[in-house]
Design a binder for this molecule. Structure first.
Ligand code: ADP
Ligand code: ZN
Length: 717
């Protein structure tokens, strides 16, 4: 008998409030429970169990039943949840929902695990067995059966009818167990390579460091992965687990392959393409795992561990580490929390550290470890192509075309990066200049040739291509811009004999698409065309040429991080060339070759970029010099959302808060979005202001939705 505090998900519940129930059955903190709530039965998560009756303003009802026998979340994960909730100004329930696999969400819609029936052979005294009078054959099979076996397997491998009889006689007990999946396969183990001088020095620095996080700044191809593995080896020898985070699902196959051909230990995988059942299976394995390696994207940072010995966050600068939806947390913050909890090293690694992290390293908050040389000791030559003066065919400059031709002749590989998917980014009427817009978002639609559709790249909505212009009724569509699909056609026209592989959000929708496309390219592909996803982490020996088209397209974004993200993308893309024995060349097509981003890239000079960019952030009072939060008010009625935002601007300004706006953003799903920005030198003050707004707003208005983003990686558009 006990009293439990339960978090419930329900549309009218205010932020972060648990409810008390009386529990006549045993239950532990971290288990799900079914409880009555305003004439419904809902599922909730137990966050507290106590013997004594707490004070409540309402009558305490009886809980109905326990859903889990064992807790899904332990004390560490509870503490992490409460920290992330506080820091990201979002409800505790939203954090629990993000943390737990979909199948275990403490909400009424949860489910999706797959169960299997097992046969269990409990020990039975000999005389009892005698009494059952088994035939010779029955006895033989009974004895041959393992102590535990999946029922369907037993029926197939032995005799189905005899198994049935044994069940009927009570010799085999039935048990329903979660189905487990084998997501990774052990590879033939490879010997570790001899470390290079620069790897030895980096490893030494990490092994002799203190408790602060490490920022491992190593140029692309400097052999950071080998450093991870040496550190992992040590942790595993101490029977501790290793958490290895990658920003994108496209990077998981390569990392899994590398890990499985190096370590003969349990390896678990977490990413968003797993089915609910697979995710549940991996989670259950993690709960039981003594030590091993967990590889995964953002979500993997919530894996339960019995003993964590090392956290690695590869490509730490990547904005995928920040979740777009509420709770808008950053994986790095969760990783820092966990490393503190377990007193284990945390390695933030990148060839292009985020400005935030590098600035922290400069201030001694992180320990900086640098690796300046590539394993191959080659440096890719970077060529800037000034597109204002250079001739091009289908968007590809003549010098780049010549280089591709050379690679085809030498049987080497080329990667072409264009950060826009689709065929024609926008469809425009040449007669009246009308541009077709998404009805829900108000932004221009992209033409996707294969699907014969117009697609909104914000919300994903598909539209048929109209015969004539809805404005002037003429049929005079014109082609504006270049997308990956169109580029693929142009390249095919230029090099009909080449094998081309295209990788973008459209070609990678299906489950193992990344792996299949990359294997294709590695096997016999000549040219890989893709969006920024091809810039990241790929390691192909034969790639000796990288071409970046429209390199400055991202620079014109109205975002204070535009230069940083462009720099990172270009440097990462350049890093794909010349990783093996052959030196690489990079061709960057730009309309703005004098820009400091382009110049830092040409000279392989991160520090020069860092200094220029920090100067700009200082002048504009942007992070990392200050902290920032964005608050977006969302409603169908633009005047309502606007007036709400406007009131807050006035109120906050009276309190002396540094607030900007309101600014009208593009619509999403037919809803207006009005943003205000808050800046503060103190992160605590900033969070307090956000919580104040969140709580008051919630009391005043449930109609207007409020989305809060503390430390946004990108400002909404
Ligand atoms: P990074 O992650 O820093 O971009 P990688 O870890 O992918 O670089 O290493 C680049 C390449 O060098 C890989 O193919 C890797 O197998 C190889 N490599 C790493 N360390 C060594 C070493 N000590 N000796 C030989 N080859 C190495
Ligand atoms: Zn849209």
């Amino acid at each position: 008998m006990s009293y439990v505090q339960v978090m419930i998900e329900h549309e009218v519940l205010s932020l972060n409030r648990p409810f008390t129930y009386f529990c006549s059955f045993p239950i532990q903190k971290g288990c799900r429970i079914r409880v009555p709530f305003s004439h419904r039965i809902l599922m909730g998560l137990v966050i507290e169990v106590s013997e004594t009756k707490p004070e409540t303003s309402y009558e305490i009802l009886d809980a109905i039943e326990a859903v889990d026998e064992h807790p899904l979340l332990n004390g560490e994960l509870f503490d992490l949840a409460s920290e992330l909730s506080k820091d990201s100004v979002s409800s505790l329930m939203s954090v629990f929902k993000t943390m737990l696999p979909a199948a275990y969400k403490p909400a009424s819609k949860a489910g999706g695990e797959v169960f299997e029936t097992w046969l269990i052979k409990d020990p039975i005294p000999e005389d009892e067995l005698q009494r059952l009078k088994l035939t010779k054959k029955q006895k033989e099979i009974y004895e041959a059966l393992p102590l535990e076996i999946i029922r369907s397997k037993a029926r197939k491998e032995f005799s189905a009818s005899i198994i049935k009889t044994l069940e009927a006689k009570g010799l085999l007990r039935l048990e329903s167990k979660l189905k487990t999946y084998q997501l990774v396969h052990q590879k033939k183990l490879k010997q570790p390579p001899e470390l290079t001088e620069s790897q030895r020095m980096a490893l030494f620095a990490i092994e002799h460091g203190d408790h602060r996080p490490f920022l491992l700044h190593g140029v692309t191809g400097s052999g950071k992965t080998e450093i991870f593995f040496r550190l992992a080896q040590k942790a595993l020898e101490q029977k501790k687990s290793v958490l290895l985070l990658v920003p994108e699902i496209s990077l998981t196959p390569m990392m899994i392959e590398r890990v499985c051909s190096r370590f003969d230990v349990p390896v678990l995988v977490f990413h968003s393409r797993l089915t609910k059942a697979e995710m549940a299976s991996e989670y259950q394995k993690a709960l039981l795992m003594d030590y091993g390696i967990v590889i995964g994207t953002r979500k993997a940072v919530f894996t339960p561990f019995k003993n964590l010995g090392l956290i690695i966050m590869d490509e730490e600068h990547d904005s995928s580490y920040k979740q777009d939806n509420t709770p808008k947390y950053h994986t790095r913050d969760a990783a820092i929390f966990r490393a503190n909890y377990w007193h284990c090293p945390l390695i933030l690694a990148s060839a292009t550290p985020s400005l935030d992290s590098y600035a922290r390293a400069a201030r001694g908050i992180y320990q900086l470890v640098e690796m300046e040389r590539r394993i191959s000791n080659t440096v890719s030559a970077i060529h800037l192509i000034d597109m204002k003066s250079e001739r091009n065919i289908g968007g590809i400059s003549v010098p780049l075309i010549q280089q591709i031709q050379k690679r085809l002749e030498r049987k080497e590989k080329t990667i072409l990066l264009l950060n826009r998917r689709g065929f024609i980014p926008v469809m425009k009427c040449a007669s009246c200049q009308e541009v077709l817009l998404c009805e829900d978002c108000g932004i221009p639609l992209s033409y996707h040739k294969k699907e014969q559709a117009l697609v909104c790249h914000v919300c994903g909505r598909h539209y048929p291509v109209p015969e004539v212009c809805p404005n002037c009724h003429k049929r005079n569509w014109s082609v504006v811009g270049l997308g990956t699909e169109r580029l693929e056609e142009n390249v095919r026209d230029l090099f009909p004999q080449a094998k081309i592989v295209r990788m973008d959000a459209d070609s990678t929708r299906t489950k193992n698409a990344h792996e299949i496309l990359l294997n294709d390219f590695e096997a016999d592909g000549d040219i890989l065309i893709g969006t920024q996803m091809v810039a990241k982490g790929l390691d192909f020996e034969k790639v000796t040429l990288v071409g970046v088209l429209q390199a400055d397209a991202a620079l014109v974004r109205a975002d204070y991080r535009a230069a940083e993200t462009t720099y990172q993308m270009l440097e990462q893309a350049s890093g794909r060339a010349g990783r093996g024995r052959y030196p690489g060349e990079v061709y960057i097509q730009s309309y703005n070759p004098e820009h400091y981003v382009m110049q830092s890239i040409v000279h392989h000079n991160y520090l020069a970029f860092f200094k220029r960019e920090m100067n700009y952030r200082h002048l504009g009072t942007y992070p990392p010099y200050i902290y920032m939060a964005s608050l977006v008010f969302i409603h169908e009625d633009p005047t309502l959302a606007y007036s709400m935002a406007d009131q807050w601007v006035k109120t906050l300004r009276e309190q002396g808060v540094n607030v900007f706006g309101p600014l009208e953003l593009s619509m999403r799903q037919k809803k207006s979005r009005i943003r205000i920005l808050i800046k503060d030198k103190s992160i605590e003050n900033l969070r307090n202001t956000c919580w104040q707004v969140a709580k008051k707003h919630h009391e005043k208005s449930r109609q207007v939705k409020l989305e809060i983003n503390v430390n946004p990686m990108m400002l909404e558009e």
